[in-house]
Design a protein around this ligand. Structure first.
Ligand code: MG
Length: 349
């Protein structure tokens, strides 16, 4: 069936049937607004992210289930970056009328599966017709105990710098796709179905171990730059300590220049955070409990030092064009990053 036959109300009715009840959600899908009752002692955190066909995804590379999963996951990653527990998601879709409803149903399958994995629910949204391609806008609300949300601005000189998971896998997959190759399954999964580090993010906020945090959507150096400028500090990164997957290391053996993907490639959706160096043992414990590897990659320095890269004790220059910038033009400015920083920042203030 084509979408035009099912219509907007058909879509909403189907989603309403699939949406679960949730604590604090007084009224969900089916009225003009969702009604949410914040719990005493909690703060709500709100983030938005948009994915546009041809800009953020291509149907010849991805499938609707993984696309739905990624749309939810990238928003949950922003909540994780501040230590918020995911609660309510809102989904706005602009859809071409000739879209097959089976594709839309598979997209919802993926989206709702990620919500379910993290105890969050779809609480509302909007659908409208698109004259070309599909546009997906997600708004996610999370909660955190008052005063525990982790900002980018708390790092101090002397803190250690840590990152979760591994770096560069998603960017390597993208590079292979752009070259017409099929990435192997681990790399493809890292690119098309990233894992938001929700458990780790919440644990870091609840324990108070971290001083500042951000998620990696635009690349390690770019996102580290955001954290450093928000905290008015510098940092030193030891390249040989960067956590790399077996698949990434294998590619790196063939081409040493690929290390730049771990430094500057986008869409890792890992957490980058700072903590006192003395917290390392407690952090190792927390990594085990949240089943998420944590690696120390450097040290926070006073602002005057700027951002320094070291490889085996030798300083090396920062790679040119680090990180991903929307509207920058060029062949890679289309299919890469996932976060419109302006929108994201506006939602946070
Ligand atoms: Mg972010």
């Amino acid at each position: 069936m084509k979408l035009a036959q099912r219509g907007e109300f058909g879509i909403i009715a189907a989603l309403r049937q699939r949406s679960a009840a949730a604590p604090g959600l007084i009224t969900g899908i089916g009225d003009d607004c969702a009604v949410i009752a914040p719990q005493p002692g909690e703060q709500l955190l709100v983030t938005s992210d948009m994915l546009v066909e041809g800009v953020h995804f291509r149907w010849d590379w991805t499938d609707p289930v993984r696309l739905g999963r990624k749309c939810a996951s990238v928003n949950l990653s922003d909540l994780a970056a501040m230590g918020a527990t995911p609660r309510y998601l809102f989904l706005a879709l602009a859809l071409p009328g000739d879209l097959d409803t089976a594709i839309l149903d598979a997209f919802f399958d993926g989206f709702l599966s990620v919500c379910g994995e993290h105890g969050a629910v779809l609480a509302g949204g909007d659908t409208c017709a698109s004259s070309a391609g599909m546009t997906i806008s997600v708004t996610a609300l999370g909660s955190a105990a008052t005063g525990t949300a982790l900002l980018r601005s708390g790092a101090v000189a002397g803190d250690a710098l840590f990152v979760s998971g591994s770096l560069g896998d998603s960017a390597l997959a993208l590079q292979q796709l752009l070259a017409g190759k099929r990435p192997e399954s681990f790399l493809a999964q890292r690119h098309f179905d990233p894992t938001p580090r929700v458990n780790l993010g919440c644990a870091l906020a609840q324990t108070g171990l971290a001083t500042a945090m951000i998620d990696l959507s635009d690349g390690l150096l770019a996102d580290l730059g955001h954290l450093l400028s928000a905290s008015s500090v510098g940092a030193r990164i030891e390249i040989e300590t960067l956590p790399l997957s077996a698949a990434f290391r294998q590619a790196l053996e063939q081409n040493q220049a690929l290390i730049d993907l771990a430094l500057s490639g986008g869409e890792d959706y890992e957490l980058l955070f700072t903590a006192p160096a003395a917290a390392a043992a407690l952090l190792a414990d927390l990594a085990q409990k949240s089943a998420t590897p944590i690696t120390r990659i450097g040290t926070v320095l006073p602002l005057v030092n700027g951002l320094q890269l070291f490889a085996n004790g030798q300083q090396r220059p920062l790679p040119a064009g680090q990180g991903y910038k929307h509207f920058a033009g060029g062949p890679e400015s289309c299919i890469l990053g996932n976060v419109c920083a302006v929108q994201e920042d506006a939602a946070r203030r």
